[in-house]
Design a protein. Structure first.
Ligand code: 5GP
Length: 120
C-alpha cells in the first residue's frame, strides 16, 4: 500500500470520540485537539470533520476552497484561545518527503516558545 491509501485514519476515531483527545476548538466543520506528541508548549492539530478526499494538501481541488479557509481561520481561533497570537506557526506536512504520518489533512498550530527558522 502507498502512504496515502485513502483509507480512514485514527483521526476519524478522534472525530467520532472513539478514542479520547483534548479538544481545544470545535464547530460544525472543524475539530482542533492537542497533539499527543507535542513539539512545542502549544501543539494543536486542526482537521476537517469530513475528509472529503483531502488525505493531504496535495489532493486539494477547487471545491475544497471553503474547508481550506475554515481550517486556516480555525488555526487563528486556536492561537487566540491559546494566547500565542504574538508568535505561532502553522504547518502542513505533505507526503513522505515531509514526514506526513496521518493521511487526513491537518494543520499543526505550534507556539509557546521561540520558533526557529528554517524549521529543518
Ligand atoms: P503528520 O506527521 O502526519 O504531519 O502529523 C501527525 C500528527 O498526529 C503527529 O504530530 C502525531 O503526534 C499526531 N497523532 C498521531 N496519532 C495521534 C492520536 O491518536 N492522538 C493525537 N492527539 N495525536 C496523534
Amino acid at each position: 500500500a502507498t502512504a496515502d491509501s485513502g483509507a480512514s485514519t485514527i483521526f476519524d476515531k478522534i472525530i467520532n470520540k472513539e478514542i479520547p483527545s483534548t479538544i481545544v476548538y470545535e464547530d460544525d466543520k472543524v475539530l482542533a485537539f492537542r497533539d499527543v506528541n507535542p513539539q512545542a508548549p502549544v501543539h494543536v492539530l486542526v482537521i476537517p470533520k469530513l475528509r472529503d478526499g483531502l488525505t493531504q494538501l496535495g489532493k486539494a481541488e477547487e471545491r475544497h476552497g471553503n474547508i481550506l479557509g475554515r481550517l486556516m481561520y480555525a488555526a487563528k481561533i486556536v492561537a487566540e484561545k491559546e494566547g500565542i497570537l504574538d508568535g505561532f506557526r502553522v504547518v502542513i506536512n505533505n507526503g513522505p518527503g515531509a514526514c506526513q504520518s496521518v493521511y487526513h489533512l491537518h494543520l499543526h498550530v505550534l507556539g509557546g516558545r521561540q520558533m526557529k527558522w528554517p524549521p529543518g
